[in-house]
Design a protein. Sequence first.
Length: 149
Amino acid sequence: MSVPARVSLATLGVGDVARATAFYSRLGWRLSPASIPGVVSFFHTAGGLLSLIATDDLAADAGLPARLPPANPATDFRGTMLAINVESRASVDEALRAAVQAGAGLVKAGGATDWGGYLGYFTDPDGHLWEVTHNPGWPLDEAGVPRLP
């Protein structure tokens, strides 16, 4: 047997579940009624689900020791990134503006890339890095998910 090639759920460890839930709700993301206020939040996306849980609870569930938070969550890179692909350069700029209005930190304004795309970055209130990108070589399906050969 092999491991199925799919991402069903991405979970972010956060310092305050209620605060993080409010941020993603301000982005306009739909909160699932399966969420437990203050404990775990689930958001529907065009792909898998996004969940938010307290970092210490996530570590305990996995049987790992709790990690110290980064000294500065807004600038200390954690080695991971989540991406949102959009249909145009203008959509990148619109999404970055909306994220900042919802409380995100702008890391990098939208700009052209050397591969012909256009992208920018923001961090959520817990420092999780998000890329908003337009890649003209990656067509999006009706749900907004890139379809590669």
